[in-house]
Design a protein around this ligand. Structure first.
Ligand code: BES
Ligand code: MN
Ligand code: ZN
Length: 502
């Protein structure tokens, strides 16, 4: 799918489909929608009168032009209620629209810049949102299907603007949209990839490829180097599998004058069977995606480099499988982490916090600050917040506020949960410094409190993405399967961080 920005009249544009829009409750549309309505002899107003077009969000109404304009189809996309409108609604609208137009065999599409008129959104962010919506909403993962159904992909999307004034801003919005969306797509591809393909070794290869393409520095620790560094918790989890574990470090320096290097830490568990504390079948099926956090931070640092942001970032990804076996970790085992703390493993299925304890220790030891970790850490967080919210936890309120804002702008919902000291009790062990499960109640919180033990005083946010890493259905920018959740939040956060002087 390619994008182009042009000036011209939507009523005269030659293509398969033109996209116009309607706010809910509007009976006599103006602007481009009004002009198209006139060209079609009043068809749109008639459909509104009959209650067929309502302008609701997720509604895409197809009107056939029957030769009245050059485009074969007019798609009238609902923008929803005007008071709820924001840039993220544009993404949703375009995600729904491209899926509909694909079914109607459209390859060349022209759209107006939704939101830039009465919607009150700046043309740059509006164009960025259009591009993200189109790319994410039409995403498919079919590389392993040998007999592909004949599908017509959308070849070109033209963003049409009436006058030349905003063209520069629109073009840069399109560029940014492509970089943001491609990063999320790369994450989706990695997460959707079955675990027999997406091994820790393969994750490391992808990280190295990104490093080469985007000019990042990369270091991959093998088992021996992990031993030398004292990463006993990561090595403990990796004992049960014959796949070699990898500890992946990628660095981008875009601000040599800046003193901070942001640390992104992502859980790279390429398959989580639970280990000897084996999961039931129902809970194991999505666990090829337990490396979503790791995939997200790899893609995010690549995008940050492509955008040439004036900021320093290091991404740290502990990658391994969690399998049962003759050498596997046993409940009751005690492990020693890189920062010297000891952990009693009471449940081998709470492996995420084990591998992250070494990754966070590494990040702290290397002076990364602030640190943001992203992990599919607890089923409890999914239960608490559902599919559309990640839980966030912090020791620095202003940092989490900035992250939540960056997420909201990208349509990625983050909801802060508390970290009461009283619950630390639940992680206490009788035979080691800490144990790896705090029991059933407040599971997402005790998971976060466990991680807090390894970040010292560094400003830190933990994102538990166990809810939103996968989607059950297609809606807006989401399709069934991996969502790429969190990648765009991290890029946007870094962009704002760079704006503040890095
Ligand atoms: N990867 C899982 C958490 C998970 C569950 C992510 C569902 C996405 C969807 C994690 O390693 C895990 O198994 N956590 C345990 C922790 C418990 C044993 C303390 C859980 O949530 O049950
Ligand atoms: Mn687990
Ligand atoms: Zn896990």
């Amino acid at each position: 799918m390619k994008f182009d920005v042009k000036t011209g009249d939507i009523c005269a544009w030659e293509c398969d489909a033109v996209v116009v829009n309607l706010f809910e409750g509007v009976e006599k549309p103006g602007g481009a929608t009004g002009a198209i309505n006139s060209a079609l002899g009043g068809a749109i107003v008639e459909l509104i009168k009959n209650g067929e077009i309502k302008g609701e969000l997720h509604e895409v109404h197809i009107v056939h032009s029957l030769g009245k304009i050059p485009a074969r189809i007019v798609a009238v996309a609902g923008l929803g209620k005007k008071e709820n409108f924001n840039a993220d609604k544009i993404r949703t609208v375009m995600g729904d629209t491209v899926r509909t137009l694909k079914k109607h065999n459209c390859r060349r599409i022209a759209t107006i810049i939704h939101g830039a008129g009465i919607g009150g959104i700046e043309p740059g962010p509006a164009a960025q949102a259009i591009v993200e919506g189109c790319l994410l909403g039409s995403y498919t993962f079919n590389k392993h299907v040998t007999k592909k159904e004949e599908e017509h992909d959308i070849e070109k999307i033209i963003l049409l603007e009436r006058d030349k004034a905003g063209l520069g801003m629109i073009k840069s919005g399109v560029n940014r949209g492509v970089i943001y969306a491609e990063a999320a797509i790369m994450t989706r591809d990695m997460v959707n990839e079955p675990a027999n393909h997406m091994t820790p070794t393969h994750m490391a290869e992808i990280a190295e490829k990104i490093a080469e393409e985007c000019g990042l520095e990369s270091t991959i620790f093998n088992r021996k180097e992990m031993e030398k560094a004292g990463m006993g918790a990561l090595l403990g989890v990796a004992q049960g599998t014959s796949q070699p574990p990898k500890f992946i470090v990628l660095s981008y320096r875009g601000n040599n004058a800046g003193k901070d290097t942001i640390g992104f830490v992502g859980k790279g568990l390429t398959f989580d069977s639970g280990g000897l504390s084996l999961k039931g079948q129902e809970f194991m099926s999505d666990m090829k995606g337990d490396m979503s956090g790791g995939a997200a931070v790899i893609a995010a640092i690549g995008a940050i480099a492509r955008l040439k942001l004036k900021v320093n970032v290091t991404a740290v990804i502990p990658a391994t499988e969690n399998l049962p076996g003759g050498r596997a970790l046993k409940p009751g085992d005690v492990l020693r982490t890189m920062n010297g703390k000891t952990i009693e493993v009471v449940n081998t299925d709470a492996e995420g916090r084990l591998i992250l304890s070494d990754a966070l220790s590494y990040a702290v030891k290397n002076g990364l600050s602030p640190i943001i970790d992203m992990a599919t850490l607890t089923g409890a967080c999914h239960v608490a917040l559902g599919d559309l919210y990640a839980g966030v936890f912090t020791n620095d309120q202003s940092l989490v506020d900035r992250l939540i804002k960056a997420g909201a702008e990208e349509g990625e919902n983050l909801w802060q949960l508390p970290m009461p000291e009283e619950y630390e009790e639940q992680n206490k062990s009788e035979i080691a410094d800490i144990k790896n499960s705090g029991g059933r109640y407040g599971g997402a919180i005790t998971g976060a409190l466990f991680l807090k033990q390894f970040i010292a005083d560094t400003p830190w946010v933990h994102m538990d993405i166990a809810g939103p890493f996968m989607s059950e259905k297609a809606s807006g920018v989401l399709v069934k399967g991996a969502t790429g959740f969190g990648v765009r939040t991290l890029i946007s956060f870094a962009e704002k961080y760079a704006g503040k002087g890095g």
